[in-house]
Ligand binder design. Sequence first.
Ligand code: HEM
Ligand code: HEM
Length: 277
Amino acid sequence: MATQDYKQLVFALLAAVTFGVVSVILVLVWVLHYREGLAWDGGSAEFNWHPVLNVIGFIFLQGIAVVVYRLPWTWIYSKLTMKFVHAGLHLLAFTLVVVAFAAVFDFHNAAAIPNMYSLHSWLGLTALLLYTLQLVLGVGLYLVPVAPPQWRAAFMPLHVYTGLFIFSSVVATALMGFTEKLIFSLKSPAYSSAPPEATLVNVLGLLIVAFGALVLWIVTRPHWKRPGEQTLLSSSPTTEEEDNVQGSAGPALPQPSEGLAGGLRGRSVAKQTDMDD
Ligand code: HEM
Ligand code: HEM
């Protein structure tokens, strides 16, 4: 990877993380300063866990998990290590989302509010079901070394597509949730009179869109993909090669003059062996 390209990747990653972190801060400012705070009491403060944990888990952590293979400073670690990080972050995100769901259902049941009537809730539940399936299949195919290499390779384009589809759906679902909540709860002054709370949440929605857009951009650049280590260091087939045998274009490999991709900054790339998986 040319130095210029490496700089662009790092810039995009830093910008994405900044948008993500500021989104998490703003959702906390919203519920703690403008709303009822956080508690587990069946009331509005319990509902507030729903946006907070969904933004932290389903949006921020999922987004980071999705780009984690693209962090140049992780390319010195084995593919297996990065699979554990990718899967671990998704599992953590999943756990937070389950609590976010429990919070809103518990709040609705305590206040006798009907469940699952809105488009937001339909899309949200669909996203969670797909995420669960993706997690189970991801572990079964890529972490536990039981699936034949051909299966892993054949499933990879679907894994990537479904992952990006779920991530995008969750961003859309969150935007609907913010709008609903502002319309429900801003009465006087009304949402239509643009009080500061509404402006804050509108800005939060824009930041989440920016975060999502950057994550999608980073993950869809073939030349920013983790280098195929086996091509650099070994002629024997490896699990990385097997995972990506078809289609999933590898990056332009670093030229010797670039000192291992600039991104690797002269450090040696972890050698991947069949023992990794
Ligand atoms: C309700 C999912 C984010 C606001 C719900 C329900 C689900 C859901 C399944 C139905 C609960 C029930 O029927 O008892 C999601 C998912 C999100 C998300 C997957 C991922 C980002 C948000 C955010 C907000 C929000 C960021 C902002 C405040 C609401 C509101 C309700 C609700 C106001 C109650 C009204 C309704 O059922 O539509 N959400 N939500 N949600 N959510 Fe979310
Ligand atoms: C790659 C999503 C769970 C293994 C990817 C990519 C996405 C994604 C979007 C493309 C990343 C890139 O091109 O840089 C998801 C989602 C998951 C999930 C949403 C959870 C619901 C898992 C699990 C594993 C796994 C549990 C098990 C290890 C992989 C592998 C790659 C990958 C091996 C290929 C990375 C590469 O080409 O370098 N995943 N994933 N995923 N994922 Fe997942």
